[in-house]
Design a protein around this ligand. Sequence first.
Ligand SMILES: Nc1ncnc2c1ncn2[C@@H]1O[C@H](COP(=O)(O)OP(=O)(O)OP(=O)(O)O)[C@@H](O)[C@H]1O
Length: 245
Amino acid sequence: MSPPVLELKNIAKSYGHGDVFADISFSVSEAESIGLFGESGCGKTTLGRCIMQLERQSAGTILLDSLDPTRLSSRKRRESRQSYQMIFQHPEVSLNPKMTLAQSVTELLMVHKKICFDEAMDTIQPLINRVGLRNEHLARYPHQLSGGEVQRAVLARIFSLQPKLIIADEPTSMLDVSVQAQVLRLMKELQNETGVAYVFISHDPDVISAMCDRIFWLSKRTWRLYDKSTFISQVKEDYTSSKNV
Ligand SMILES: Nc1ncnc2c1ncn2[C@@H]1O[C@H](COP(=O)(O)OP(=O)(O)OP(=O)(O)O)[C@@H](O)[C@H]1O
C-alpha cells in the first residue's frame, strides 16, 4: 500500500485567544476524500490553510507525501507546491478579474512548467473540454461567466498540474443546487480518472456525505472522525434533538 498523501499529527492552532482546534490527527490516501464538517467558526478553513502551508500550525506536524514541507529547501518546496492545490468558496475571487479565461487557466502551467502560452494552451485544451467548457469561453473575463463555469475553469487550471491533493473549501456553496450537483459529479469523475485525494470542507451534511467516506466533525474545539453511515445517523439525531428543544 502506498504511503498517505497527507498525514496530520497532533495539529493545533491558536490565534492567541485560545485554541481554535487541538490535537487533530488523520491521514488521507490516494483517491480518497475526507470531509471537514462543522458549524461556522469551528476552524475548517483554518485547518485547510494550515495543510496548504498558507498558515503555520501552532503545534504538530503535517506531512505531504511523507515529507515535512517546512524542512524542505525553498526550491523543493516550490516544486512540491504544484502537487497540492486549493479550491476556494467564492468563484469570483478564484480567478483574476483582469485576465481572460485563457490567460487564467494557462497561468499555473506556465509558471510551474516554465513553458510559453501556446504550449500551455495545447496542454490544457483537452481539460477545458473535459470540464465542460467551450472554446468560446476562453476569451471571456470572469464576470462574463457563471459561477459554475468559473469553478469548472478553476478545476481545469488546477488539474493541469496533476495534483495529488486538493483542499476544496466549500467549492459549491455559492452555486445553485442543480449546478452544485453537476460540479460535485465532475469532481468525483476527475478523482476516479486521476486518483487525486480531496480534503472536502463543507457545513452541508448532504454535500459532505455525497463526497466523502470519512468525515471529520469539528465542534467546540473537539473533533470526531465518522464513517459515512454513522455520520448521517448522527446528523439526523442532532437535527431531531435540536427540533425538540
Ligand atoms: N487570522 C486570524 N486571526 C485571528 N483569528 C482568526 C484568524 N483566522 C480565523 N480566525 C478565527 O478562527 C476561527 C476559525 O475560523 P475559520 O474561518 O477557520 O472557521 P470555519 O469553520 O471555516 O468557518 P466558516 O464555515 O464560517 O467558513 C474563527 O473564530 C475565526 O474568527
